[in-house]
Design a protein. Structure first.
Length: 571
């Protein structure tokens, strides 16, 4: 007899893999030929082929999630929960053979009929977990209400997952939208139609995003998801993995920077007095939080690539990068080394069924850590440390001309796409330099990032007659968002008039970045906007820094007010 075995569990890991191996062994004992499709990242891509389906006499499905079975119409199919198959696989196969019935397509299997889709669940997540995450969720919810679609959006922001999707909501959903700029766990969506996009796309074009999701016919499979095309991996994979690492590192950097700033309240050299409160604060912020920056960055880059098995080798490689002086560049390299090594071991190294449970907790961490560690020590560490030292020395000793040029570049990049890839690249570069106690680029980045929203908000007051009522209200919100270092507050204006808004914002951001570098501004915390102003010594010099922001915002506001066409409704 020829048969097909399919297994899947909600988290798509050990249970799926063990059930598949046990059932396959039991089938072979009976003399049956079994093709296995295991929905688990522990197993290589093994989706059954059309030829295997055509020749199969029996299809058995052991799963605890909803799977699409439309490819097995008219085949003898038996479905049950996964627990009975694990408990007694031989007896379960007997029951399956006796109770299998020809499969009939149901409404949920007719994937080519988007008109029947009415329930959508979604996840939004951005690297900082502040602005894009929640604004994209709101945009999707508002557009869905206008289209008559039921939608629930889970936000994975800086405070953790909110409005969390339940198992029943996922089971009832016809389509899953993942609007994320970082890696998110999609194992619970195995067997569901899944549409991926960015938070920026969901925010700017929510209606189009929903319609494209409804037309999506690809069923999510954890194995297939890890087997993306080479072109797709080159364009989006590494960048997304990097942003995932940055997003997990940010809370460490923010907390550490602010605690270090608090230690300066007692004096710049107060931390040198052993046993003092200032010394304790410096130990918490500098010796602990900042020491963990690079390991966390590296560990979660590896996690984005290889899931949990990548964390240990990634963090070990990151700690080596830190101790070897390779800095954030070394941490990035070690994260990718550990992640791709762990993923290769998970997919390519066979293990006996009896030892398969040891693979993610022993085999992968051990060998991936050895590989990453040895490469970091003997190959990568020394040259990258030299590069980091040279870069740090250059940044700390550059002349005024170079400082201005760097400030202009960072400022313009921060304002180009307001939370998009260019903005995130400049931001990630500036955050990474904090580990080497280089604080100038971070000051320029945050100052310039406040300019777009502030500039648009001020413009609605400077040239009020050119803005309609809706834009005037958006301008008030933009001012608040700009003060909080949320560049996305300018997106409503940029979406409506990009050819004028974006150049004006870039001009203001470039001026702010240049002035910040000219004033020698230093920022110890990479987020917070105006709230960081009230923490003594977090920004130095505070007056020059505030002046740089105000100058850039006014340039943006005035330039846009001059060139903007009037939008006042003349009714």
């Amino acid at each position: 007899m020829k048969m097909i075995i399919i297994t899947a569990c909600p988290n798509g890991t050990t249970t799926s893999y063990l059930a598949a191996q046990l059932l396959k062994h039991a089938a072979l004992q009976r003399g049956w030929h079994a093709s296995v499709e295991c929905h688990s990242p522990l197993s290589a891509n093994n989706t059954v082929t059309d030829a295997e389906i055509a020749s199969a006499d029996l299809v058995v499905v052991a799963c605890d999630i909803e799977l699409n079975l439309s490819r097995f119409v008219n085949k003898a199919v038996y479905c049950s929960a996964i627990a009975p198959a694990l408990a007694d696989p031989d007896e379960w196969l007997t029951v399956a053979q006796q109770n299998a019935t020809p499969y009939v397509a149901s409404n949920k299997d007719r994937l080519s009929e988007p008109a029947s889709v009415h329930n959508i669940v979604a996840i939004t997540a951005c690297p900082t977990g502040v602005a894009h995450t929640f604004m994209a969720a709101e945009a999707l919810s508002d557009s869905a209400a206008q289209l008559g679609i039921n939608v629930k959006v889970e936000t994975q922001g800086s405070v953790g997952a909110q409005n969390t999707l339940t198992a029943s909501e996922i089971a009832q959903a016809d389509v899953v939208i993942v609007a994320a700029d970082i890696e998110v766990n999609t194992g619970r969506f195995n067997g569901k139609r899944l549409y991926r996009t960015s938070t920026g796309q969901a925010l700017k074009l929510p209606e189009q995003t929903l319609k494209q999701a409804l037309a999506e016919t690809n069923v999510h499979n954890a194995n297939q998801a890890s087997q993306t095309s080479a072109a797709s991996e080159e364009k989006t994979g590494p960048y997304q993995h990097l942003l995932t690492g940055v997003s997990f590192m940010l809370p460490m950097v923010v907390a550490g920077g602010l605690i270090i700033a608090l230690s300066f309240v007692f004096g710049i050299n107060a931390a040198d007095q052993e046993g003092s409160l200032a010394a304790a604060l410096m130990q918490i912020g500098g010796a602990s939080a900042f020491a963990l920056m690079i390991p966390v960055l590296s560990g979660y880059i590896a996690y984005s690539i290889a899931d949990r098995p990548g964390i240990a080798p990634g963090m070990i490689g990151g700690m080596l990068a830190s101790t070897l002086g390779a800095g954030f560049l070394g941490g990035i390299i070690s994260g990718f080394l550990a992640g791709y090594c762990a993923r290769w071991l998970a997919q390519k190294v066979p293990m006996p069924t009896s030892l398969s449970a040891l693979k993610p907790i022993l085999v992968i961490p051990l060998f991936a850590s050895l590989f990453t560690g040895l490469i970091m020590i003997y190959v990568v560490g020394t040259p990258v440390a030299w590069v980091m030292n040279a870069l740090t020395e250059f940044l700390n000793n550059m002349g005024s001309t170079n400082a201005v040029l760097l400030g202009v570049l960072i400022g313009a990049m921060m304002c180009f796409d307001m939370g998009g890839p260019v903005n995130k690249a400049a931001y990630a570069f500036s955050v990474g330099l904090l580990a080497s106690q280089t604080y100038g680029p971070m000051a320029a980045a945050m100052a310039a990032g406040m300019v777009p929203a502030l500039g648009m908000g001020v413009a609605t007051f400077v040239a009020r007659h050119k803005f309609n009522a809706a834009e005037q209200e958006a301008g008030k919100a933009a001012c608040v968002l700009g003060l909080c270092f949320i560049s996305e507050g300018a997106i409503p204006f940029a979406a409506r008039d990009p050819l004028r808004v974006i150049p004006c914002c870039m001009l203001g951001g470039a001026i702010t970045g240049a002035l910040s570098m000219v004033f020698g501004a230093k920022l110890l915390a990479p987020h917070g906007g105006i709230f960081v102003f009230f923490i003594p010594n977090a920004i130095h010099p505070l007056g020059g820094y505030a002046l740089a922001i105000a100058a850039g915002a006014m340039v943006t506001a005035i330039s846009y007010a001059i060139i903007k066409r009037s939008d006042v409704d003349m009714l």
